[in-house]
Design a protein around this ligand. Structure first.
Ligand code: TEU
Ligand code: CA
Length: 545
């Protein structure tokens, strides 16, 4: 049974495509839009409701497209505007919305606006970006650091000022205080809505209210004024989905974005469960295992925050993060499939919109690179330079990069056991993970017990059953080191979810409230959840009654 009045995206399972690595159609080794179109049946087979498409706009690709030089054109290596229109239409024909990536914290330094801004201090577009005179000592205006390492200020010789960039120098930050910038962004968004896109994922949107002079980058004082205005100018009265990437979102400010009466975003990506796995001082470039109770408390807290109002996004990974099965599961041959399935179950039966990052649906693993020249990512290469200059050995750096770097999860989609995993007939832009002969879509499709079969079953449950979509989330035993257990409840219906998120078998004393006789949501078998259950490594028990 489903409630027809709720927004469509509350019943949808989302899928993120990183276009460069999804499917190449012309043998240049780079994934492209015609390639995506040729794989749409894979997505409809999985039961995907909308696709978050990482940037395909015109770009010099300093950050693989997160540096846009023209918001109204497509990068030639990805295709043309016609290809994009065709993708939107073909996806729509399969009931799949295309959600584009709105990268408006910054542009490329090759955007026409930045070219104009660089011409002179009194160019009418100068104020599209953030310029400051050198500091009193003639150096940097202040000590804000870029997320990609080094100062957030780069000196522009010809005009004698510094410009501000929270990412690479090739990604100058837009000046959101300038109403003309905001008007340009809204016009561009409406232009894409008129072309039929189903919404936007908003890149680092919590940074647009920055006040660099006061050292404020995330969650600035004007952030929500801008988001309210954006809603008014673009989203109001459109039946679209929006998800803001907000590294600074906390349980305390989450509802400012996605509360019912706020008129801002459908939901945010928050990262507390991700950052729980980062070292306080060394950041993500070092090993820090996340204890399961920490992870569960974080996820449960967010379920609680959005219990009555707002909406959660649910994700293990994306193009910036390690592969789910390698980070949270066990990617050894013995446990890979079971752990990928169990992680999917644990995440997708919570309340919110689940996001599958391409390849996660077949349990793709982190690639292990041995040399720095195998890496492509600007962030990894910058930090390699910085940290080895500070004395870290390349070997130690590589160990960290293999665990938490961004190229981990950017290797090509593994479609089959054919050469280059069926991704390209040419030379892929980044090496294919050599395990593609064992791990690929073709082999998963052939098996009923595959990771992919589980993702498909989970998407079907969410689409068809209000218990999964809007049922209350009730967690149990949050401090248990191996078991993740919860119930979802709606009226007199309950689903019990018990996952052994470990590589050891566990005997679990099942709380009274989780004991249930009913049917297994995946097999249809009748199950009685007893007072004590022994679960094999990465086994799950999912019963509805
Ligand atoms: O990521 C935001 C961001 O802050 C990341 O750099 C993040 O800190 C890091 O990757 C964590 O591992 C977004 C995009 O998702 C990313 O791909 C872009 O590089 C970045 O914005 C700049 O647009
Ligand atoms: Ca191509």
């Amino acid at each position: 049974m489903t409630d027809q009045t709720a927004p469509w995206w509350t019943a949808a399972t989302a899928y993120q495509i990183y276009p460069r690595s999804f499917q190449d159609s012309n043998g240049d080794g780079i994934g492209d839009i015609p390639g995506i179109i040729s794989r749409l049946n894979h997505l409809s087979d999985l039961g995907v409701g909308f696709v978050w498409l990482s940037p395909v706009f015109a770009s010099p690709m300093a950050d693989n497209g997160y540096d846009i030089s023209d918001y109204r054109d497509i990068a030639p290596e990805f295709g043309t505007l016609d290809d994009m229109d065709r993708l939107i239409a073909e996806a729509k024909g399969r009931n799949i919305g295309i959600v584009m990536d709105l990268v408006v914290n910054h542009t490329s330094d090759e955007h026409a606006w930045f070219h104009a801004a660089c011409e002179s201090r009194d160019n009418p577009m100068r104020d599209f970006y953030i310029w400051r005179d050198p500091g009193p000592d003639g150096g940097l205006p202040n000590d804000i650091q870029s997320n990609f390492g080094g100062p957030a200020w780069t000196f522009h010789e010809p005009t004698g000022q510094y410009y501000f960039h929270l990412f690479d120098p090739k990604q100058p930050d837009l000046n959101w205080e300038n109403p003309r910038v905001r008007a340009e962004v809204y016009a561009m968004m409406n232009w894409w809505f008129d072309r039929g896109v189903a919404g936007f994922r908003m890149d680092v949107i919590d940074l647009i209210g920055k006040e660099p002079d006061r050292g404020i980058t995330a969650d600035g004082p004007k952030l929500h004024d801008y988001l309210q205005e954006m809603h008014q100018e673009t989203l109001a009265h459109r039946d679209v989905v929006t998800v803001g990437e907000c590294w600074s979102a906390t349980p305390e400010n989450a509802l400012l974005y996605c509360g019912r009466d706020r008129n801002e975003l459908s939901m945010v990506f928050q990262f507390s469960h991700v950052m729980a796995g980062w070292d306080e001082t060394l950041g993500k470039w070092t090993r820090k295992p996340v204890a399961l109770p920490v992870l569960k408390h974080s996820l449960a807290r967010w379920q609680e925050v959005c219990a009555e109002d707002g909406w959660n996004s649910l994700f293990w990974g994306n193009h910036d993060l390690p592969r789910a099965v390698s980070k949270y599961g066990d990617d050894s041959p013995e446990h890979r499939v079971d752990s990928a399935r169990c992680l999917a179950t644990a995440l997708h039966l919570m309340k919110g919109t689940p996001y599958i990052y391409q390849g996660e649906e077949i349990g793709m693993t982190n690639v292990v690179f041995e040399r720095i020249d195998q890496f492509r990512d600007v962030e990894t290469l910058n930090f390699h330079r910085i940290q080895t200059a500070q004395g870290l050995s390349t070997e130690d750096f590589l160990a960290g990069a293999n665990l938490n770097g961004r190229d981990n999860a950017r290797t090509p989609m593994q479609w089959s056991d054919a050469e280059h995993a069926g991704f390209t007939t040419g030379t892929p832009w980044i090496e294919v993970n050599p395990n593609y002969r064992q791990i690929n879509v073709a082999s998963d499709r052939a098996s009923q017990d595959s990771v992919m079969a589980r993702y498909k079953a989970l998407a079907t449950l969410r689409r068809n059953d209000d218990l999964i979509r809007i049922g209350d989330f009730v967690p149990f035993d949050l401090d248990h080191p191996q078991i993740m257990a919860y119930a979802r409840r709606l009226g007199s219906q309950q689903i019990t979810v018990i996952c052994n998120l470990s590589s050891q078998s566990v005997t679990y004393d099942v709380p009274q409230d989780l004991r249930l006789s009913g049917v297994c949501a995946f097999t249809g078998r009748i199950i009685d959840v007893a007072s004590q259950e022994t679960l094999a490594p990465w086994e799950d028990i999912v019963v509805t009654g």
